[in-house]
Design a protein around this ligand. Structure first.
Ligand SMILES: NC(=O)c1ccc[n+]([C@@H]2O[C@H](COP(=O)([O-])OP(=O)(O)OC[C@H]3O[C@@H](n4cnc5c(N)ncnc54)[C@H](OP(=O)(O)O)[C@@H]3O)[C@@H](O)[C@H]2O)c1
Length: 247
């Protein structure tokens, strides 16, 4: 039986990971909020590789979706082997005008939904055979543990909670399920960032270039097979933590 992965946030980096997972022969359940450009391509990739794909529309800010996402995935594939969480809002929230709703808009889909989707998935993973029964990977940010930059307080609070959730769940879910986080550095420019600012960021990064998406895919595939690593926040950031954000 093919192994099954639940993945949230497949618009950009998540799309490349989803494509590779289909090519590697995984069945895939994808949570999306708004329809995105690559959906039909992913269906084609699934067809070509003989994998099954399920698209589930859900706003992860709404907790009423969480349990049903896992139930529907399990019903479709009869198993869940991994949960990959990339969904994450990224919006400036200047501190002087910060509202509680800004925090909720970031923390709920990024960290709270991760916590509960992981918990529901964990219960399904326990039904799998073998010593390692499942793997969970969160996608965090290099700056959380170093120099969070100005004007993104809600985002950083959400990613900080995500990093903590990874460590907490790695301990709670051991020894059956492994939980890790890939803390990314500059990979793809956010829509709301100018080219000038993006170039400044890259010049301020020791390797002076974007994080290669193929490295993100390779590390993800490694973590989906590894048996001896859990509770790690792995920085994949072109060395940016060595120079800091500069803001
Ligand atoms: N790109 C980078 O350079 C970079 C750097 C550091 C960390 N990261 C992290 O790496 C991951 C992927 O990055 P990316 O650039 O590919 O992300 P992205 O293009 O900003 O996409 C974010 C994804 O999250 C989804 N999302 C946001 N809020 C949601 C909600 N309430 N419910 C359901 N889905 C929601 C979006 O869906 P909709 O489009 O439907 O809203 C989208 O698919 C993210 O976790 C990001 O924080 C990326």
């Amino acid at each position: 039986m093919k192994r099954a992965v639940l993945l949230t946030g497949a618009k950009r980096i998540g799309y490349e990971i989803a494509k590779s997972l289909l090519q590697e022969g995984y069945n895939l359940s994808i949570v999306y909020r708004k329809p995105f450009k690559g959906m039909s391509d992913l269906k084609l990739f699934a067809l070509k590789s003989g994998s099954k794909i399920l698209f589930l529309k859900a706003d992860l800010e709404n907790p009423s979706y969480w349990e049903s996402i896992v139930e529907k995935t399990f019903r479709k594939f009869n198993r869940i082997d991994a949960f990959l969480h990339l969904a994450s809002p990224y919006r400036e929230t200047p501190i002087k005008s910060l509202k509680l709703s800004d925090l909720k808009e970031h923390i709920t889909p990024t960290a709270e939904s991760f916590f509960f989707l992981s918990l529901y998935s964990f219960k399904k993973m326990l039904l799998n055979k073998g010593y390692v029964k499942g793997r969970i990977i969160a996608f965090g940010d290099w700056a959380v543990d170093h120099t969070p930059y100005r004007n993104f307080s809600a985002y950083f609070l959400s990613k900080g909670s995500l990093h903590s959730a990874v460590k907490i769940l790695a301990k709670e879910f051991a020894p059956e399920v492994l939980v890790n986080c890939i803390a990314l550095g500059p990979t793809l420019k956010a829509e709301n960032l100018s080219e000038e600012e993006w170039n400044r960021i890259l010049l301020n990064t020791p390797l002076r270039r974007e994080v290669a998406i193929r490295d993100i895919v390779s590390l993800t595939l490694f973590l989906l097979k590894a048996e001896s690593i859990t509770g790690e926040i792995i920085k994949l950031d072109g060395g940016r933590h060595l120079s800091g954000s500069g803001t």
